[in-house]
Design a protein around this ligand. Sequence first.
Ligand SMILES: [Zn+2]
Length: 725
Amino acid sequence: MKDCTGSECLSTTPLGDAAPPQRADSCGFNRRSFLRLAVLGSGALLVPCDLLEALEIPTASNAANPVLPASAALRPLAPGAVRADGWLAGWLGKQADGLGYHLPDTSWPFSAPYWQGQEVNGQSEEWWPWEQKAYWIDGATRLALVTGDERLLRRVQEPLEYTLAHQRPEGYLGPDVIRNPAGNFHRWPQTLFIRALAADADAIRSDAAQRDAIVEAVRKHYLGDLASYGVPIRNITNVEDMLWCYERTGDPRLLAMAETAWADYAALGGKEDGADLQADRVFANTPIDAHGVSYAEIAKQPAILYMYTGRLEYLNFALAAQKRIFDHHMLIDGIPSTSEHYSTVTALDSHETCDITDHTWSWGYMMMATGNGLWGDRVERACFNAGMGAIKKDWKGVQYFSCPNQFLATQTSDHNAMNLGHQMMSYQPNPGHATACCGGDVHRLFPNYVIRMWMRDTQGGLAAALYGPCRVNTTAGKDHHPIEIVETTDYPFDEQIHFTLDMRKPVEFPLSLRIPGWCAQPSLLLNGQAQPLPAAKNRFVTLARKFHPGDTVTLVLPMSTAVSRWPDNGAGLERGPLVYSLPIKEQWTPVIEPRWSTADFPSWNAEPASVWNYGLAVDPAKLADEVRFERKAMTPDPWVDPPVSLIAPAQIIESWKLATVPAKPDAAADAPQQHLTPPLPSADARRAAGPEQQVTLVPYGSTHLRLTIFPRLGGGTAGYADATG
Ligand SMILES: [Zn+2]
């Protein structure tokens, strides 16, 4: 860090300075002086600062030696410290009013009392309903904590309180059906459920007694468990929760348990669980031959271990494991081809919605471990494109598989090998039916985005890690002074992000702002005056200065249009963090399926009601001339009525039609064929394209049916961007 004591000095402060493991100091992070954020939220900023210094992730007050993840470059804030504003608040509000609250009213297994009494009524089946309900419990808990939705919070507190109240004497938390440590997946549901407990414990609204009760219950659960955590198949994912508990208790047995589990897992080499995490294959950067969720959830564990141990071999393994995803499997919308195994990147390759939630969850940890804003770029791209694009914009349905190219999404249009011709691409409350993971897991996606928008660095500073309209109430500086930063922006629909700082007195601290990799010419204003941009490190610039109450910082991130090439002569357009698609008008038909949907929350068939069979007639060398960007005033709901668009030259390919396959045996007699989204057309078909016309493209995330990977008609092979992140 540059020597900089002057109040107006701008300098860079490195994120990511590794340090050996250390105990928390006694002046704040581990103090039990913990106040509800309501104090700050009510505007009562005159609370003595020594009482507010622990407005961060808290620790169990009865633990003697809580620890910090000393090698983490960035640390998360407590759930509830960041509150969404603007379009982001509107989006979360729709989630909370829609399936966020009502999923248990619409579909099994969410309607059954898993984690809430099903344990004792003799109807426990296998592990999977426990997994699926736990996904929703975690997501809905986080949603309630970041929105302050009390009704939702009461609903999700019930399974949390039930499970804590029914902890077995030896410590076990969870259903009897998997208590005996045998068989695959037998501790995977606990990984997910304990995430919900962790969020609840860490939340700024929780009091010390609640927090201590949860932390101690989790410690007792792990220390009393006879299960092996290093064996196939997903038991190893509990390392994440073990280390969460280790941080808050300082109990060395938890760290030892986590490290032993990883050592045992590594000794097996990932050969027995199909996660393809053998070290020789990871470091050889081979394509991944594994299930998407298993790989995403397991591959991040060493990055978490690194944060608590400083052992670089953990971090290097995690980085190498991630590199394979981006080098071999990344789709244009920011999520790898995973339906459900990693696959190729053609226009028909898609992803399971769990892979959107779980990869972004993992990349958040990668950002904490490395301090590199690259991971923020990746989380934004995935959330704004793949994430938004898989969810019905009224938050009443979600896809199990979603794809950059999906010209229809019906109960019979799944074009993936898994369940070909079945319902998994239609928008439904529970799109997988009995395979109900995605319907639960999707609820974690945007609450986790909000929780991680701001993080704390190792210098008492704050980092804007993910952008969007929000406000953060936390502390900054050496004396942990309370501060509110209001982030006003229409990003990603606008290029300007305004930060307004509010605190009682001037505070000196480093404020780090992420500079996305797609932005060539960022600029910065301080109190309206242009400032030289500090040199970026790890895709962050840092203002290390004494900030005064009312100071404003404006970051301008100019976006430019880029075109990328894809297999089979495909091409796609993007601008900044947003991918653009031709929207296809939907003909919606509701379908009520007993057990899976209701009249209030039906499943939906969406069939194409507008022309979609266009090729893109763009010469990448003349992109600036041929593709026009248009912006109108910000709209109340930009994911329904987007304020930005691209106007691009296109030509109709007349012979490019929906694919057809023989109907399933149980199909209606008048439906002898099923329609599917087709692959890109042949060279002959493209040569017969019609006259050029202009088409309007909108952000991928605002569409339900879309053409994103276009048949490439334009001349030239130079000028294409790498869109793989
Ligand atoms: Zn899923």
